[in-house]
Design a protein around this ligand. Structure first.
Ligand code: ADP
Ligand code: MG
Length: 214
């Protein structure tokens, strides 16, 4: 387990995220079909697959280039509002590591905060609106806590992933204010948000990937 993440490792982590979402594609689409149009797993799996393909083709990119390429591949492949938002997360992360050869834990905290703020700039959702923000925002807090506590990177990424998982789970008790699910109003209660769930799956894949010495 390294204590920094360079461009090649980001490429491997993006691949790991794509594999994790592909493995849960049907589950994610099923979550979306209870409150949305049922396309989420299929479209995110396709978009991340394309992100993995394009970043792998870069060879030995900088972290910024790997993450920016992933973000634009997602935005160009994934239709609907959420493609822009998932792409924005990677674009925000890319910008926060511009010009640097690798990311430390404190970079990772800054990158995740920048990714979240890009998602919120584009999507306007806050915590409690039953979106991917409900997984991402607690993950950012966990990353900042890890920096303050000088946690080793392995422990930090596990805590980040766990915070996102709990955040995604917490969306069951929320009424949707954005996306197609908002048309259901109170009937969206009881279902876990698809985008928050996929964000949590992606962050778990990142934690697992780092433990596996990508
Ligand atoms: P679509 O609604 O276009 O079919 P998807 O099904 O792929 O898109 O994704 C739906 C997910 O997108 C939701 O579960 C939610 O997490 C996320 N989402 C929708 N609107 C917003 C928003 N304004 N801000 C953040 N996330 C959002
Ligand atoms: Mg959908």
């Amino acid at each position: 387990m390294t204590d920094t993440i360079d461009g090649r490792q980001w490429v491997a982590l993006i691949r790991a995220m794509a594999e994790a979402v592909v493995a849960r594609r049907d589950y994610l689409s099923a979550l979306d079909s209870t409150v949305g149009d049922g396309d989420h797993g299929v479209s995110l799996a396709k978009a991340l697959g394309e992100a993995a393909r394009q970043t792998t083709a870069l060879g030995d990119p900088s972290p910024e280039s790997a993450l920016h390429t992933a973000g634009s591949a997602i935005q160009n492949t994934m239709g609907g509002a959420s493609g822009i938002l998932f792409g924005a997360f990677f674009m925000g992360m890319a910008r926060a590591i511009a010009g640097r050869p690798s990311a430390t834990l404190s970079d990772l905290a800054a990158m995740s905060a920048a990714g979240l703020s890009e998602v919120q700039r584009r999507g306007k959702a806050s915590r409690g609106d039953k979106t991917m923000v409900d997984a991402l925002a607690p993950a950012v807090v966990a990353a900042q806590t890890a920096v303050v506590e000088s946690q080793p990177l392995a422990e930090a990424v596990e805590n980040i992933a766990e915070a996102a998982r709990l955040g995604a789970e917490s969306t069951k008790a929320m009424v949707a204010k954005f996306g197609r699910a908002k048309f259901l109003g109170e009937r969206s209660l009881g279902y876990q948000d698809a985008g928050a769930t996929s964000m949590s799956i992606m962050l778990s894949a990142l934690a697992e990937g780092l433990k596996g010495e990508v």
